[in-house]
Write a protein that binds this ligand. Structure first.
Ligand SMILES: Cc1ncc(COP(=O)(O)O)c(C=O)c1O
Length: 387
């Protein structure tokens, strides 16, 4: 083995994919309810994505951000259009990088907008914002702050409720960063009224609301931004995962243009390949939403999951989440790891979230047939668990 030992991997490798189905090295098919952890929003080998990649590869993949990059400008415009208000975008390569950008943006705002410098960023307990040192520190779970990686950066605090976040805003606070649906923390959708109260409070004090939509954004919950479902217009939104249709991309999107040249940058961020595929992905997802197909698929997937809860009352407590970002909370004492490995054995891919939630992030265009087959396989796994 020549790889660093960073992942506890399942004993399977995939060779090819089609729609929401993956094929392993022996040609066995697996129904994918995980999408590479929310990345493959349009499944595998989607015609429009393949076309965008090949077309761009024939021209050029990368120049540098010291030159103009047309698809980057087009994607930034499309993002603003789909959000519904004027925004400025910085492109990078991952969710953690998008959040790093948001943190720097908030710090610059805090250093330039007020008489006294503000720098502190508050997040919520159970959140997850990335694996770099700053985003680890923004992550509101102590298990992500082990002593071996200390010292961490200063200027981050987290509280377990929105009420406590609001109470603890102080003279140093410049921004609050939240996931509207907590992806790694158990598929927990925040309460709409509380989020609106937080947004109002921050606006009143001219502080920034940052929504980390790395997992819940890009139509995952049914709208381009989950913020729309919450009736809020955040100052900063971060994206990654679904935005590139499988190609690595991240984006930090802001209502205010705060940076000036030299403040931030990335060699690969916003290159021709990632942004032209991002554009194709967003256009396809928008069309899927517009013709009603996306909502139909989501409703059907939700019905299947309701049925799973009903049929397996000894295992599951309840369904949670929004749109196609869903979780089944397990009853106490149920072995999550065992259920996931039995599902894998029955050739349906599902995920964990937190310690007691079975997570589902299927491709947003999953077919009826794949859905039916995937749920039949999941039921077999659950029957085996209960046998
Ligand atoms: C909400 C959220 N933010 C940030 C990240 C980090 O993204 P990346 O792994 O692309 O750096 C993730 C990844 O799971 C996430 O779910």
């Amino acid at each position: 083995m020549y790889l660093m030992d960073t992942y506890a991997r399942f004993d399977v490798g995939f060779e090819r994919g089609e729609g929401a189905t993956l094929f392993d090295e022996d040609g066995n098919d697996y129904v994918d309810f995980a999408s590479g952890i929310g990345v493959n929003a349009l499944g595998y080998a989607h015609k429009k994505i393949v076309r965008a990649i090949t077309k761009q590869a024939k021209n050029l993949l990368h120049t540098s951000n010291i030159y103009h990059i047309k698809p980057q400008e087009r994607l930034a415009k499309e993002i603003s259009k789909q959000i519904g208000y004027k925004t400025y975008t910085f492109f990078c390569n991952s969710g953690a990088e998008a959040n790093e950008c948001a943190i720097k943006l908030a710090r610059k705002y805090g250093a330039t907008h007020f008489k006294e410098k503000k720098f502190e960023i508050i997040s919520l307990g159970n959140s997850f914002h990335g694996r770099t040192l700053a985003t680890l520190q923004a992550t509101g779970q102590d298990k992500f702050h082990p002593e071996i990686f200390a010292p961490y950066m200063e200027g981050f605090k987290f509280y377990s409720t929105i009420e406590d976040v609001i109470k603890n805003i102080n003279d140093n606070t410049v921004a609050v960063m939240i996931e509207l649906v907590q992806g790694e923390g158990g598929i927990k959708a925040l309460d709409k009224d509380e989020v609106k109260r937080l947004a109002k409070e921050l606006k009143k004090r001219e502080l920034l609301l940052i929504t980390d939509e790395v997992q819940c954004g890009v139509y995952r919950t049914g709208e381009f931004i989950t913020s729309k479902l919450y009736d809020i217009k955040p100052d900063v939104i971060t994206f990654a995962k679904g935005l590139g249709g499988g190609v690595g991309i991240g984006a930090c999107v802001s209502k205010k243009s705060i940076f000036t040249p030299g403040d931030h940058g990335s060699t690969f961020g916003g290159n021709f390949l990632a942004t032209s595929v991002g554009l194709a992905t967003l256009k396809e997802l928008k069309a899927l939403k517009k013709d009603g197909e996306m909502d139909k698929i989501s409703a059907e997937f939700n019905e299947h999951l309701d049925e799973v809860v009903k049929k397996n009352g000894k295992i599951f407590e309840q369904k949670q989440g929004l749109g196609m970002m869903l979780g089944l909370e397990l009853k106490d004492g149920i072995d999550l790891a065992k259920i996931i490995s039995l599902a894998l054995k029955n050739r349906v891919l599902v995920l964990r979230s937190g310690v007691k939630t079975l997570r589902f992030l299927p491709p947003l265009n999953i077919s009826k047939k794949e859905m039916k087959e995937g749920f039949a396989r999941l039921q077999k796994a659950l029957d085996e668990y209960q046998a």
